[in-house]
Design a protein around this ligand. Structure first.
Ligand code: UD1
Length: 430
């Protein structure tokens, strides 16, 4: 089993290149199977979730050609099955995008119910509500979710909760429906816009993505395209907080600064300096960080996927901070690990009350999920002494070469598999 060993205490200094957005790429790869023609998708992050989805797409008969580490060509004219029961697909949340894509194109699909990070119950009722409104029959049997329709008919759909997944899934199916669909109370995240742009480049007619109301005029067919995925807002934000927590100075490159506004606002509040460029952001840390309050919200609010990273940083900021998680109910599991590193945090319901401490100390800890895992790496980088992190498979789901990028900024971090590797690392850095 792979682990990260970290020796904390080095300020992160230098430049880091951000990869393509995992959550945009997952939906874009699903969209790529909605045409008989060849689709080229570039700027894909080389992470586990993407590679699992590509295998699932191959598994139903599409031809996937790797152009290079970050670029694939997909030809889905050869799809022979609409049943996706690949053993790993259940582990990724975004398996449900195949449901929207296959239902849009073939009017039927059978996809294993999604798993993903264990951060709450994560219902999919709004996806189902959206499909049903388009005239699709939806049933759940034996862990599979199945759709079937004579025809997809556009409709007016009001989402009861702002859901990224439901917005994108309905958009995928409605792109090839008869007539017009209006999605109200739509999610506005950058990746919703990216998927709409990609579908439009395939000939779809989608307007309003990025606002509360998305209007889709169904088209008969979609066609080939070449599309480059937007940069990953969450990967960028993770490096920005890593710079802050280690009193570093990092230029985070290949980003869209507008997508990072909620994150930069919080970094400024806690005392960091920020320099914004056209496609880069520099974060300059400070000796003594300050406390703040933050509540996770749908975009353009502060992202839930950045909640653990800010909490780790506030754990070593002076004063009392309050972090409120309003999107997922089970997203504080990492706090127990952070307390073992010396943090002073109490969780009451969906609120964490953080009394800043002067420093953390290294410990043996577990990554409970993707973003919390990355946040615990930040904790290890900021802590005194050695931190050993288990279950880094979660982190590898969403961060490309995380340890390599951090080492490039001067962090002492290595991926290890044996006790001998750990001892070797300790000798090397002592
Ligand atoms: C996506 C992201 C995830 C991110 C989340 C919120 C992917 C693959 N994952 O997840 O990293 O944390 O957006 O930005 O892109 N809900 C319902 N019914 C539904 C759907 C959602 O009640 O049918 C609720 C959820 O429980 C949650 C809220 O709506 O409380 C938002 O969830 P949603 O935006 O759908 O998250 P995901 O698409 O699963």
């Amino acid at each position: 089993m792979e682990q990260y060993i970290i020796k904390g205490g080095n300020p992160l200094v230098g430049e880091v290149d951000i990869s393509g957005a995992k959550n945009a790429a997952l939906a874009i790869l699903a969209a790529a199977i909605m045409t008989d023609e060849t689709v080229v998708v570039d700027n894909l992050p080389d992470v586990r979730d993407i590679n699992v989805l590509l295998q699932a797409i191959e598994g139903i008969g599409a031809i996937v050609e790797r152009v290079n580490r970050h670029c694939v060509k997909i030809n889905a004219s050869t799809i022979s099955s609409t049943r996706v029961d690949y053993e790993y697909i259940r582990k990724i949340r975004a398996s449900y995008y195949l449901l929207g894509a296959l239902t849009g194109r073939f009017h039927e699909a059978q996809v294993a119910l999604p798993g993903g990070c264990d951060i709450g119950t994560r219902p999919i009722d709004q996806h189902i509500k959206g499909f049903k409104a388009l005239g699709v029959q939806v049933t759940i049997e034996h862990g599979m979710i199945m759709t079937n329709a004579e025809q997809l008919e556009g409709n007016h759909i009001y989402l009861d909760v702002v859901s990224v997944g439901a917005t994108i899934n309905v958009m995928l199916a409605a792109a090839l429906a008869d007539g017009a669909t209006i999605i109200e109370n739509a999610a506005k995240e950058p990746h919703v816009v990216d998927v709409a742009n990609m579908l439009n480049s395939m000939g779809a007619n989608i307007k309003g993505a990025g606002t509360d109301v998305i209007r889709i005029k169904g088209v008969k067919d979609l066609h080939k395209t070449e599309y480059s995925v937007i940069p990953d807002q969450i990967e960028a934000g993770t490096f920005m907080f890593a710079a802050a927590a280690t009193n570093g100075n990092v230029l985070v490159k290949n980003v869209i600064p507008k997508h990072l506004e909620a994150i930069t606002a919080k970094l400024l509040e806690i005392g960091c300096a920020i320099e914004e460029y056209d496609d880069a952001v520099r974060v300059i840390g400070t000796e003594q960080l300050k406390s703040t309050q933050v509540k996770t919200l749908p975009y353009p609010g502060y992202p839930t996927d950045m909640q653990p990273q800010i909490a780790v940083t506030l754990a070593i900021s002076q004063g009392t901070s309050i972090v409120t998680e309003s999107i997922f109910e089970n997203r504080f599991k990492y706090i127990a690990e952070l307390v073992r590193m010396g943090a002073n945090i109490k969780v009451e319901g969906n609120t964490a009350i953080i009394e800043g401490v002067s420093h953390l100390t290294g410990a043996e800890i577990n990554a409970p999920d993707l973003r919390a895992g990355a946040a615990l790496v930040i904790a290890g980088l900021a802590a005194e002494g050695f931190t050993l992190i288990d279950d880094i498979v979660y982190i590898q789901r969403g961060y490309e070469n995380f340890e390599g990028k951090l080492a490039g900024l001067g962090a002492n971090i290595e991926k290890v598999t044996t006790e001998k590797d750990v001892q070797k690392f300790k000798l090397k850095v002592s």
